[in-house]
Every structure is written in C-alpha cells, then in structure tokens.
Design a protein around this ligand. Structure first.
Ligand code: UDP
Length: 370
C-alpha cells in the first residue's frame, strides 16, 4: 500500500474503491461531486497509463489517495489481498460508507471489506444479471448486491432482478446509469471526430470499431481465431484498440500473423475511443460498457458474447452472437448501416437522462446523514 494510511482518513470520509477503467469512467462524476468528502482507493487491478491514468485525466480526477498494487495476480489472490489491505485501511477509520461500482474483483473486495468492518456499502450499477454462472463477473455482482445497503440500479429491469432475489425494496434506488453523463462529457465534437478518423486513415461511417478481451473469446485459441476470421471477412476496414490481455493471448497462441487486414492499435484514451465509436458504421465488442455507450452515441453494436447482463439494449442498439456468427448478423441487420443509424437516433437510451451521478450522490448523503 502507498500514499495515505487510514490515520489520515478524515472522519466520515466516503471511501470509493475502484480498480479498472470502466470503474473510473462510471464513478468519475460521483467522485468529483463528492469532492473532499471522498477518499479514492485504487486496488491496482489495472494500473497503467493506458488503462487507468489517462482515464483519471479524462475526468479531471486527482491521483487516487491510496494504491493497493494487487494487480497481475490470480482472481482469488487479488480479491484476498485487496480485502486484507482494505480491512487494515478501514480499521478505526471512521469511514461513513464505502462505494463500489459494477462487477470487478476490486468491487467485490471493497464489498467484503466494508461488510467485515460494518461500514455501509453502496453499489453503483446494481442488479445487472446475465444468469451465466460461467462468468466470474456474475458471481461478483450477486455477492456485492446481497452485501449492499444502498443498491443503485440503472434501470427498472435491474431493480426487478434485485427484488426477485428477495432483496428488500428499501435498499434499492433506480437512478439511471452514470455512463450517460460520462459519454456526454467526454465525447469530442464532430470536427474533432472527423480529424481523428482521418488520422487513422479511415472514412466516417465506413469503418468498424472492435474491442474484445473477455476470457470466453480470447483464452481459447480456436474461438479467438474464429473471431479474428469474422473481423477479417467484414466489408469495412476494422480498427481494433487491442486490450493488453488480448495482445498477450494473441502472442501466446501465435495468432499475430492471422490478423490480415485488421488494423490493430494500442488501447485509446476515453475521448478518442468515443469519438471513433460515434463515427463508426458499427461496433463489434465483448465489452459491457460499450453496450451502454452505443445507446447514447446511437450506434449499433454486435456483442460477441454467450449472454448479456444488459438486456435493455438487445433488439435496438445491440445483437448478441458467438464467434463465427458476426458476418451473419451483419448480413441480417447492418447491410445498410445508415438506415439503422437513423432508426437509432430516434431511440432513447434506456440508461437515463444524465442525472444518475447527482441522484446517487444525493442518496449517499441521505445514507450517511450528511
Ligand atoms: N474503452 C476505451 N478505450 C479503448 C477501449 C475501450 O476508453 O481503447 C472504454 C469503452 O468506452 C468502455 C470501457 O473502456 O467504456 C470498456 O472497458 P472494458 O471492455 O475493459 O470493460 P467492460 O465495459 O467490459 O466492463
């Protein structure tokens, strides 16, 4: 652990635990609104320039107050070490509550540590369910929700999932998803979008942006290769900001030579990524956050996953498929992307109106009696 210790924690401080880029994106506004009341702990699950630092900068956030440095280890070790470190940090800290977001190992560690220290727990983006027990994230979500005291569900669908698991209504608030305000703030204007597209040698609305890093797609060489073949067979040029996890698997499986005409670049900062997503013909991704962002950007995404915990966008902004099926989905849905863009422009995002962070901060203040 480095930086501040719990002795430096202000009494009544709101401890925000995060560890990956989506957590920074979705907690950024909340942390800024809490101001000096927040103490930010980064577990180190993803701590490097491309996956964390540039995202802190995008949201004008200061460096985390505490770094635990538990990244790069097995899931159990990461969770165990982060719980132990957080437990020490919370001991006698007088923290008024602990906030986590989503379904990462960092979020589960925060939830377990809060529970062990009888610190009220707030879960941002509660109630998502894929019902797919093969995904570690599904176990993380369920456990966090059952430990949580204030569960901020992004939609009524998510709130309903919680009620069906016998979680009392009094712990649940439907707030919208903070991704809406994150996209609204970070998305560059159309001129900057065009310049960026040109920098990559691409034409607006005539390329595909693709991201993938989930174990189900990249940990099996056969499935990973099938996904690469899917992307190679598309009519439009494909741009892939490659996640470090996928890059190592690609090298490990000797698949780097199979990329053909796919343009692989380093992971991008949030502004650049959103600009390219907004200018793409469509996206192909296994990301959770991208499924939500496209509903604000009004772009279609083909989700290469067995299941999704975000059913709200299925049939409008998103279609699900397995590796090997991307071409079929394009043929069936995206033969004329501009027609789909027009339909989507008239389709509201199911994730709210950009006020989720403000609503969540208000609920947190009520919880801690501020
Ligand atoms: N993203 C980004 N740069 C990239 C690729 C993705 O900023 O090069 C953003 C993307 O907009 C989304 C988030 O990172 O908000 C997705 O992260 P990831 O796929 O790691 O996590 P998930 O959303 O699946 O939890």
């Amino acid at each position: 652990m480095c930086a501040r210790s719990s002795n430096d924690l202000r009494p009544g401080s709101i401890v925000v635990v995060l560890g990956t880029r989506p957590e920074i994106i979705k907690l950024g506004h909340i942390i800024r609104m809490l101001g000096p009341a927040a103490t930010v702990v980064h577990t180190g699950q993803h701590y490097d320039q491309v996956l964390s630092e540039s995202f802190l900068e995008s949201f004008r956030l200061r460096d985390p107050d505490v770094h635990l440095g538990v990244g790069g280890k097995s899931r159990g070790t990461q969770i165990g070490e982060a719980v132990a470190e957080l437990d020490g940090f919370l001991a006698n800290s007088g923290a008024s509550c602990l906030v986590v977001q989503g379904d990462t190992n960092a979020a589960l560690a925060g939830a377990l540590a809060a529970n062990a220290r009888e610190t009220p727990l707030v879960h941002v983006e509660a109630g998502l369910r894929s019902r797919d027990r093969r995904m570690p994230e599904e176990h993380n979500r369920v456990l966090i929700d059952h430990l949580g005291d204030l569960l901020c569900a992004p939609t009524n669908v998510a709130a309903q999932n919680l009620l069906e698991e016998a979680i009392p209504d009094s712990r649940v608030a439907v707030t919208g998803n903070t991704v809406v305000e994150a996209v609204e703030e970070a998305l560059p204007g159309s001129e900057e979008q065009r310049a960026l597209v040109a920098e990559h040698g691409l034409e607006p609305e005539a390329f595909v942006l693709s991201t993938f890093h989930r174990p189900e797609n990249v940990d099996d060489p056969g499935r990973f290769n099938t996904l690469i073949e899917d992307l190679r067979s598309l009519d439009h040029p494909v741009l892939v900001p490659l996640h470090p996890r996928s890059r190592s698997r690609l090298q490990e499986f000797g698949l780097s030579d199979h990329l053909g005409n796919i343009r692989v670049v380093a992971p991008m900062g949030y502004r650049d990524f959103l600009a390219l997503a907004a200018a793409a013909a469509y996206l192909v991704s296994d990301s959770g956050g991208v499924q939500e962002e496209v509903s604000v950007l009004k772009k279609p995404v083909i989700v290469v996953r067995r299941s999704t915990e975000r059913p709200e966008v299925l049939g409008t902004f998103a279609r699900l498929c397995e590796p090997g099926e991307v071409g079929e989905v394009v043929a069936d849905w995206l033969r004329d992307p501009s027609e789909i863009h027009e339909q989507l422009r008239a389709t509201p995002s199911p994730y709210g109106d950009g006020s989720a962070s403000a609503q969540i901060v208000q609920r947190i203040e009520e919880l801690v009696g501020a």
